[in-house]
Every structure is written in C-alpha cells, then in structure tokens.
Write a protein that binds this ligand. Structure first.
Ligand code: FES
Length: 148
C-alpha cells in the first residue's frame, strides 16, 4: 500500500516538473509571439494630428520637443514666422534631435549631426538623410501638426 502511494507521488511530482520545464522552455517562444502582437497594436493606434496650442504664444525663434504618438517630434518657428515640424529621430543612429537657438539649426548631440531648420535637410555630421517632415498648419490660431 505504501509502495503504491509512493509510486503515485513520484508520478505526480514528475508530471509537475515536466510541466514546469515545458513552461520554461516555451516561454521565450510565447514572448516572441506576444511582442509581435503588441507592435501591431501600437501601429494601429497611429496618431494622425496633434494640437500644440496657440500660435500667438509660440514666438519666432521658439522651439518645442513633443511626442507625436509615441515618437519624439520637434516644432520650430523660424525667425521669419514660419512653422516647421519634424520627426525628431536623428537619421544617423536614432538619437533625439533638438533646436539650437544660437546657430538656428537642428542638431543631434550624440555625434554632432546638423540639419537645416527650414527643410530638415542634413547639413553636417554623420546623418545620411533629412529628417522626416510633419505638416504644420495654423487653424483659428491653433497650431496643428499632422503626418506629411
Ligand atoms: S545619432 Fe545623431 S548624429 Fe549620430
């Protein structure tokens, strides 16, 4: 009777360990599958436009780093009063760019990349291509940034 109970216990504990081992072995695979699903969900929630407040309060020479959805973005009002907005991800290795008020250009602190404020074109340093532009319009005094 005791030997039968012991046999049942050994089978039970072996089953528990087998289940734990199978769970640990398959965990990376399921994580991989779930990460693909999350990326799809993030892509479905794309932001198409965002309001950045009053254009009268955003004076020439001012700039603002903001989030466009989950991506960093940059709004600059140049000295001539025109608005320019870009995806603020440097085209070199992906650092966040910012406006340089002194030099009136957009720069990347990581490796010294420089971009033109009016066009987003790469001017100096390692960035291989221009910044991705966003549309900017002023509707009833409100700055609206949208996908180009
Ligand atoms: S990441 Fe911007 S210059 Fe290298």
């Amino acid at each position: 009777m005791i030997a039968g109970t012991r046999r049942v216990f050994v089978r039970w504990i072996t089953g528990v360990f087998a289940a734990l081992w199978a769970g640990m072995a398959s965990y990376p695979f399921f994580r991989y599958l779930i990460s693909g699903t999350k990326k799809k969900q993030a892509g479905e929630e794309l932001v198409t436009s965002i309001s950045l407040g009053s254009s009268e309060e955003f004076l020439p020479g001012a700039s603002k780093n903001f989030k466009f959805g989950s991506a960093p973005a940059l709004l600059v009002r140049s000295e001539d009063g025109a608005f320019h907005a870009y995806n603020a991800i440097c085209t070199h290795l992906g650092c966040t760019v910012q406006y340089n008020e002194e030099k009136k250009n957009i720069w990347c602190a990581c490796h010294g990349g420089v971009y033109d404020t009016a066009s987003g074109k790469n001017l100096a340093g390692p960035p291989p291509k221009p910044l991705k532009a966003l549309n900017v319009e002023v509707k009833e005094g409100e700055i609206i940034v949208s996908r180009a």
